[in-house]
Design a binder for this molecule. Structure first.
Ligand code: SF4
Ligand code: SF4
Length: 120
């Protein structure tokens, strides 16, 4: 028989790594990107850009995931992610929503640099 202490731990639970603590995130980068590249709002996370991305074929870079980091304000993983894009522009050709994906990465990288200098 299960003790009372363990009984409430039985069943489904949210895995720690999937929790998003919105109080610990920083939305300044999202605001910066959206203001300078308004097409970012149109992304509906289809993943077309990721499937065609040149950097993604050679590294673990994932543009859709990067967009999610921006949207959620997850700065730490974003910091590394933005450095992987080669700014080749191939992703621009496939986005069904006309998001200027290359500029999103460029502006996000700019925002990260400004954040590091306390200018954001
Ligand atoms: S292809 Fe466009 S809409 Fe699809 S995930 Fe990439 S940026 Fe978003
Ligand atoms: S511009 Fe960056 S994100 Fe777009 S296809 Fe090229 S390497 Fe990938």
């Amino acid at each position: 028989m299960m003790s009372e202490g363990r009984a409430n731990k039985f069943g489904f639970a949210i895995s720690r790594s999937r929790l998003i603590d919105y109080d610990a995130t920083d939305r300044k980068v999202r605001e910066y990107v959206t203001l300078r590249e308004p097409s970012f709002r149109l992304c509906f996370a289809c993943g077309g850009c990721t499937a065609t991305c040149t950097a993604g074929q050679h590294t673990s870079f994932n543009l859709r995931r990067m967009n999610t980091y921006i949207r959620r304000g997850e700065i730490e993983p974003l910091r590394e992610e933005v450095t992987r894009c080669m700014l080749c522009g191939k992703c621009l050709l496939v986005c069904p929503r006309g998001v200027n994906t290359r500029n999103v990465v460029a502006v996000a990288a700019e925002a990260i640099r400004k954040l590091g200098r306390n200018e954001l």
